[in-house]
Ligand binder design. Structure first.
Ligand code: PEP
Ligand code: MN
Length: 362
């Protein structure tokens, strides 16, 4: 691991020092947007009954993709956040996107700030936020950028670290896609996993609400996050979800959330049992063998590819043979389907292999 990242990772304040970990998963919950004092208080009263909920969230300034949709109530909402905190005792969190937001939050006693997905993509905006929190001991959570660019995510964390923020965490909320899929945002789990590899001590939180886009997927996506080893969730909850002014489809009532959290299973057992350890060891050995074989086969494939490339060049034949590529893909996908493989995955894999094969022939 690069030395500066190693130091950053080690310097991060452990999450159990600023958030109780007595009920796992621990949860940040609350409405997508603050709408009224009544909506905020009713939601807060519902959520505080759930022992998993440790922080109350609400969006005050909403970064909407298109204009002319509800853009948040602004400063008034900060008063309501303070009321929820006074009544429930829950610490509060909201999204900030500029200096003014940070200053208002600090003035109104907001406990935790987060940088939204549309802000993490902008180094100027992140730098501005970092300058505004300099010297203040407040936790800052960083959502992944809307595009799957790990560098931007790490960069935002580095900018906050550079001004002295040590209570840091990352929130995985999935990535925009151009193609229609089951989820609103593609989880691309490999991206948060790579972040964890780079910054092992950085707490990783999952936001299943923005990944799902639909309340029916919030529970299964939460369970996927826990299966990976994540212990913190940010979930949108509204007292009347269908009447929410933003993200209505993905919000759940505090009651539904509470029942759901009780059903989730935290995977936190270490590998200690000798028998289990041995079995896992054997299975891992098999998997590593197959991986080694895959690499060898790929290397061999590339040799044949280069041979065919030379032959095409000698005979003035273009490298890209669209018919061949289409037939090959069709055959492979049919075979993959028969074997129970996810054809989207196999397609993406062969697109990579084909792109590399073309490159080898140029
Ligand atoms: C939100 O949490 O309400 C929000 C706007 O999230 P994101 O930045 O992930 O889109
Ligand atoms: Mn939202």
């Amino acid at each position: 691991m690069a030395e500066p990242l190693k130091k950053l990772s080690q310097d991060i304040v452990r999450i159990d020092q600023w958030l109780p970990q007595d009920h796992l998963p621990w949860v940040i919950a609350g409405p997508c947007s603050a709408e009224s004092a009544e909506q905020m208080l009713a939601t807060g009263r519902g959520l505080v009954k759930c022992p998993h909920v440790k922080v109350f969230r609400a969006g005050i300034w909403k970064p909407r993709t298109r204009p002319n949709s509800f853009e948040g109530v602004g400063e008034a909402g900060l008063e309501w956040l303070a009321q929820v905190k006074a009544e429930t005792g829950l610490p509060t969190a909201t999204e900030v996107a500029n200096t003014e937001h940070v200053e208002l939050c600090l003035r109104h006693g907001v406990d935790i700030l987060w940088v939204g997905a549309r802000t993490t993509v902008s180094p100027f905006a992140v730098q501005e936020i970092a300058e505004a929190v300099k010297g203040v001991d407040i936790p800052v959570l960083v959502k992944n950028p809307i595009n799957p660019e790990l560098g931007l995510w790490v960069g935002a964390i580095e900018r906050l670290y550079a001004v002295g923020v040590r209570k840091l965490a990352a929130i995985h909320r999935g990535f925009s896609t151009y193609v229609e899929m089951q989820f609103r945002n593609d989880p691309k789990w490999q991206v948060p996993i790579e972040l964890k590899r780079l910054l092992p001590e950085l707490p990783l939180i999952c936001d299943p609400s923005h990944i799902s886009g639909n309340r029916q997927f919030v529970e299964p996506v939460s369970q996927m996050a826990l299966d990976i080893g994540i212990r913190g969730l940010m979930i949108e909850s509204h007292i009347e979800p269908d009447r929410a002014l933003s993200d209505a489809k993905q919000q759940v009532t505090p009651e539904t959330l509470c029942l759901m959290l009780d059903r989730l299973r935290v995977r936190d057992a270490p590998i200690t049992d000798r028998d289990v350890k041995q079995k896992i060891g054997r299975l891992r050995a098999q998997i590593s063998l197959i991986d080694a074989k895959l690499i060898q086969d790929l290397a061999e494939r590339m040799k044949w590819v280069e041979d065919i490339g030379r032959l095409k060049q000698q005979h003035n034949i273009p490298v890209l043979q669209l018919d061949r590529w289409e037939n090959l893909l069709e055959d492979h996908l049919a075979k993959a389907g028969q074997l129970g493989l996810d054809t989207e995955f196999v397609k993406a894999l062969f697109e990579l292999i084909h792109a590399q094969s073309i490159k080898r022939q140029l």
